[in-house]
Design a protein around this ligand. Structure first.
Ligand code: ADP
Ligand code: MG
Length: 372
């Protein structure tokens, strides 16, 4: 296994006289044996980054190292990397066995060695019973395993996955995700995994790279991304339902106090801020964007004076283990994730209490995190 390191790696596409920077100067160090997930919305440059690592795209500038060696000019087949794609890319006329054996045969690996490796990978993936089938005789989930098996037999330095679960149904996605995590543990393999699905990223990654418009937004552990998003984009992308954002301003809690409070635009509500999230302005008000996780809201009784938010309930979605409320306070939409129980009727007025641990402040212009 090997480490992977990107230093200012950039991809410029030129088509029809126009150029586009698809990936901006990415810096990233993936340790030997680490599973790093690249996540972001469609078109943010995830596949392009992965394909540059694989050697399927040229690198416009910057340096790529695998196992410490600069490989910018090393062809794909000499990088000792195996990639698993969303569409599996199996050879339709070959059996599972031959699909898995193919790359090794090309390399001239002895037949007994090939056989041992194919059977070992098949056992790991629980597909020993499928070795004689053709791809069309299998379900999507089985084909996906074969695609992973084909990567496993090569015992590569690095595994790359590009949205490998996107074609599977929800239940199978969860199961296969767990299997990939197990394989990662068993093999101690270096893996770089691309997905647009933040839940997949959160549950799978040792570390996550959040990308947006070709730029890395933040690289961190799943919990650190959730608890301390570096900017508004990461804050809104990680977590489900997504964080609420309220434009407004910070003012001093009282004329000369040392704590601040937040006043939502239009005066929909004001919130005292805990000293550790507050940034008392030097003088007057300071515009900010308040981020509030849906799970830090709680339904209060209407006579509870300590519940700072009054909202009109638009809809309630009982999920069994929790209930999602959609409401409106002043001009602002709001989502709350509350404990299951009796839910007020849509159209009625609700009072909401706020746990200040779920609050985040961002600069309204740059989107950068403000304060602690
Ligand atoms: P993601 O995998 O995150 O959805 P991609 O890496 O595929 O995104 O694409 C990033 C950007 O690069 C997109 O704007 C896409 O249109 C552009 N792009 C990708 N491949 C090519 C190509 N071969 N030629 C020109 N532009 C491309
Ligand atoms: Mg892609």
């Amino acid at each position: 296994m090997a480490s992977v390191s990107l230093e200012g790696v950039r991809k410029i596409y030129a088509s029809g006289g126009r150029t586009q920077i698809a990936v901006h100067d990415v810096d990233l160090d993936v340790a030997d044996g680490e599973l790093v997930v690249l996540v972001g919305p469609s078109g943010c440059g995830k596949s392009t980054t992965l394909r540059m690592i694989a050697g399927l795209e040229t690198i416009s500038s910057g340096r790529l190292r695998i196992g410490g060696r600069v490989v910018n000019d090393v062809p794909a087949k000499e990088r000792d990397i195996a990639m698993v794609f969303q569409n599996y890319a199996l050879y339709p006329h070959m059996t599972v066995y031959d699909n898995m054996a193919f790359a090794l045969s090309l390399r001239g690996t002895p037949k007994t060695e090939i056989d041992a490796r194919v059977r070992e990978a098949a056992a790991l993936l629980d597909i020993e019973g499928l070795l004689d089938r053709k791809p069309r005789q299998m379900s999507g989930g089985q084909r996906q395993r074969v695609a992973v098996g084909r990567a496993l037999v090569r015992k590569p330095q690095v595994f790359l996955f590009d949205e490998p679960l996107s074609n599977l149904d929800a239940a199978l996605r969860v199961q296969t995700r767990r299997e990939i995590a197990r394989l990662h543990r068993q093999l101690g393999a270096t893996m770089i995994y691309v997905t647009h699905d933040q839940v997949e990223a959160m549950t799978l990654g040792d570390r996550i790279v959040v990308m947006h418009e070709g730029r890395v937004q933040q690289v961190d552990t799943p919990m650190a991304l959730y608890e301390r998003p570096a900017n508004r984009f990461v804050a809104g992308f990680i977590g489900s339902p997504a964080m609420n954002f309220f434009p407004g301003e910070l003012t001093r809690a009282d004329g000369n106090g040392s704590t601040a409070r937040f006043r939502a635009a239009g005066g929909a509500f004001t919130l005292p801020l805990a000293p550790d999230v507050s940034v008392p302005p030097a003088d007057g008000a300071r515009p900010v964007l308040l981020g509030m996780r849906p799970e830090c809201l709680r339904l209060a009784t209407n006579d509870d004076a300590s519940a700072p938010i009054r909202a009109r309930l638009d809809a309630a979605e009982p999920m069994g283990n929790e209930t999602i409320l959609y409401a409106r306070t002043g001009d602002h939409d709001l989502t709350a994730r509350i404990a299951p129980g009796v839910v007020p009727r849509p159209g009625s007025e609700v009072a909401l209490a706020v746990d200040s641990a779920g609050l985040h402040l961002f600069d309204p212009a740059s989107g950068a995190r403000v304060g602690a």
